[in-house]
Design a binder for this molecule. Structure first.
Ligand SMILES: Cc1ncc(COP(=O)(O)O)c(C=O)c1O
Length: 377
């Protein structure tokens, strides 16, 4: 087999090698993966068992337990594995949490936040209470004072902005009574977070938790159970899933198994505390080299830099020179064994996504590449 490249894909993203091996075994037969998937000893593939059977029930319960134990989601929050990606949550949040006479409030920090805002606007009164649009989404804007949230049905934030490479250092603490809703798609489980501040959170699994096709949704029981807008189709109500113990219809059974394997790997690596230290170190190493060479122009302000997605442009006297350098950088990187570095199509430049499973050795190799490229750029 040829050597695997260092995979900087923004998502679906790199998974830990031991997880890939365990999952491959479970695709052959659950029996061979028994000890890991909760003592299940069925000689059937994970791909061919009922989601209503005993074996999958055990896998599902174990996944929920791991989400609480490893990610630190409070025990008084419900945990559900939905489908439709984070994008469906952009709609389900306002559909379920809008309240008469109240306004859905949003912090606008980039492309994904804008998409969430656009969906909320289709549903009801919506207001952007803080934005970093005027500076090209290079920072996390300050929240307004309490008075500006007086009529808020909730406040929605995007904890890590995958495309622009900015991240909240700490989750905000809101005035009591205002539920904090968080899109945690690209930094969930990357470090310890005050998740008890989050009334409802969601994350597509495909960056830090597993494969695409599973969305982790968690929320305060009172908030989810009380919200039952009768005009909504059953599938779009949180309460439908809450009442069915998360299993309203056939979930992504395979994806939930992979998510469990990822969380067990994370726990064995020292959990979110150890991962947070490792991620901080990985990101720091890259930003230090970028800051040390004029040929690199990091996008985010230092105080709000993401530890998950490092975004930068190549310097140039003209757009043509920038573009030529960027193409050369990406081609040289690919040839040197680094894949997935092209910036999002909406912003260009370079993006190095270094989620939990991205090895520190890959960061060290990339740092050397950055130095070498700078010396010949
Ligand atoms: C922060 C954030 N939110 C939402 C999305 C959209 O996720 P999905 O493709 O699962 O709908 C992404 C995708 O990269 C993202 O990074």
């Amino acid at each position: 087999m040829s050597k695997r490249p260092w995979n900087f894909s923004a998502g679906p993203a790199v998974l830990p090698q031991p997880v890939l091996e365990r999952v491959a075994a479970a695709v052959g037969s659950l029996a061979s993966a028994g000890a890991w998937s909760g003592g299940i000893e069925q000689d059937l593939s994970i791909l061919e068992i009922s989601h209503r059977g005993k074996a999958f029930s055990a896998i599902h319960e174990r996944a929920i337990e791991l989400v609480h134990e490893v990610i630190g989601i409070p025990r008084d929050h419900r945990v559900m594995f939905l489908q439709g990606g984070a994008s469906l949550q952009f709609c389900m949040v306002p559909m379920n949490l809008a309240r008469p006479g109240k306004t859905a409030c949003y912090v606008e920090t980039g492309t994904w936040a804008k998409k969430a805002i656009a969906e909320a606007e289709r549903i009801g009164p919506t207001r952007v209470v803080a934005s970093s649009k005027d500076t090209g989404f290079d920072r996390i804007p300050d929240l307004p004072g309490e008075a500006a949230l007086g009529d808020a049905a909730y406040l929605h934030i995007t904890t890590n902005n995958t495309i622009y490479g900015t991240e909240y250092g700490e989750l905000p603490s809101l005035p009591s009574g205002v539920p904090l809703v968080a899109d945690l798609s690209s930094d969930i489980a990357s470090r310890p977070m005050a998740l008890d501040r989050v009334a409802l959170g969601y994350a597509g699994a495909q960056k830090n938790l597993g494969p695409s096709g599973v969305t982790l949704v968690f929320g305060r029981k009172d908030l989810l159970d009380d919200s039952d807008p009768e005009h909504l189709p059953a599938y779009l109500r949180y309460r439908t899933f809450a009442k069915a113990g998360g299993l309203y219809n056939t979930p992504n059974t395979f994806g939930i198994l992979v998510l469990s394997a990822v969380l067990e790997w994370l726990r064995d690596e020292g959990g979110v505390a150890a991962m947070g230290e490792r991620n901080a170190r990985k990101a720091r190493k890259i930003y230090e080299v970028l800051d040390a060479h004029d040929v690199y122009e990091p996008h985010a302000r230092p105080s709000d830099r993401s530890q998950m997605n490092v975004t930068f442009r190549l310097a140039g006297a003209s757009e043509a020179e920038r573009s030529e350098r960027t193409s050369r950088f990406l081609a040289d990187a690919e040839a040197a064994g680094f894949s997935g570095l092209k910036g999002h199509r909406s912003v260009g430049g370079v993006r190095a996504s270094i989620y939990n499973a991205f090895p520190e050795a890959g960061v060290d190799a990339f740092v050397q590449f950055l130095r070498d490229f700078a010396s010949r750029a």
